[in-house]
Design a protein around this ligand. Structure first.
Ligand code: MLT
Length: 324
């Protein structure tokens, strides 16, 4: 009998630090890894959310850009990080598409992470350098097909949302084009503005201000309905290409094995951040909205990722586009 009490007390003693740790969490700065360059759409979303989460958590929330391989290098970094809640990943639809695009991923998207919650779902826009000749989407498609050996398409690498949208576009018009990969569509936008690359399909979080300012030419938006912030921009369905309807959902992840109490604290903080007035206002100016509270949960993100991996697998396999 005595031995049992001793064993139970010992177990309880070991249990206390993790509970105490989780209750004190966070005791220092938290880092959110963005798997693309600074200045792009994923970075923009993350910095807004990080600022609001920092207020809620009472600790600094730092953003670290780890670009390369369409977002998979940054995801791998977090998959291998200490599962203590101090290294997180904010990634998007690329977490689902890379599961098929990369046949040798260094991590399993469905088993290498704990899920904190969905963050936002961002529309995409088809844009070109501002002196691109075509004046509407129909003429744009005709011009691209007629000049397929000259037209260049920027993206953020195989697995990026810009790559996925570009792939869907080339497949829809049955015309392969020369792609120019970047570590993120922040630097890609710089080259588009400078005329060094011709077209790009990118998220409104990176293109809205450029379109409104006339520094790029826009042809269509990839949502079923036109956007309030870009009311004159037709949808891809209006333009006759409903296959191009795609929105870029984003999720917040932690390494697998993060204490459940920490994951729960992070999910609550994300939900608070998504109601922050600056986040709501800035997301609105950039053509998007925060995920609803019921989606900013581990269960919703896990379900979304599973559904999206299964949705995009046959589409990618039919296109025969693989990274490795
Ligand atoms: C992409 O997937 O194209 C990313 O959004 C690019 C980025 O955030 O830089």
């Amino acid at each position: 009998m005595k031995k049992m009490w001793v064993a139970m007390l010992a177990a309880a003693a070991f249990a206390v630090p993790s509970v105490a740790g989780a209750q004190a969490y966070p005791e220092r700065a938290v880092t959110i890894v963005v798997p693309f360059s600074a200045g792009g759409p994923t970075d923009t979303v993350t910095r807004l959310v990080a600022e609001a989460m920092a207020k809620d958590l009472g600790q600094q929330v730092l953003v670290e850009n780890v670009g390369g391989a369409g977002g998979t290098l940054g995801a791998a970094r977090v998959a291998e990080a200490e599962a203590d809640g101090y290294t997180l990943l904010l990634h998007h639809i690329g977490m689902a598409t890379s599961a098929t695009l990369y046949r040798k991923l260094p991590y399993d998207p469905l088993n290498a992470f704990d899920y904190v919650g969905l963050v936002t779902e961002v529309p995409m826009t088809i844009v070109a350098r501002k002196d691109f000749e075509p004046q509407d989407f129909k003429a744009f498609i005709e011009h691209v097909k007629a000049n397929k050996d000259q037209v260049t398409v920027a993206n953020a690498g195989i697995g990026a949302a810009s790559h996925l949208c570009g792939m869907l576009f080339m497949s829809a018009i049955e015309t392969p084009l020369t792609t120019v990969p970047y570590q993120g569509t922040g630097p890609a936008m710089t080259d588009l503005l400078g005329g060094q690359v011709d077209i790009m399909c990118d998220q409104t979080t990176n293109t809205t201000k450029q379109i409104q300012g006339g520094t790029v030419k826009a042809y269509a938006v990839t949502t079923p309905e036109r956007l309030d912030v870009l009311p004159d921009l037709p949808t891809v369905t209006e333009a006759g290409l409903p296959a191009l309807e795609v929105s870029v959902w984003h999720g917040l992840y932690a390494p697998k094995g993060t204490p459940p109490e920490v994951v729960e604290r992070l999910s609550k903080s994300l939900q608070t951040a998504l109601q922050d007035e600056n986040v709501v206002a800035r997301f609105g100016e950039l053509g998007t909205t925060p995920s609803p509270q019921e989606d900013a949960t581990p269960q919703a993100l896990k379900a979304k990722l599973e559904t999206e991996i299964n949705r995009w697998r046959p589409i990618i396999e039919a296109a025969g586009v693989y990274a490795d």
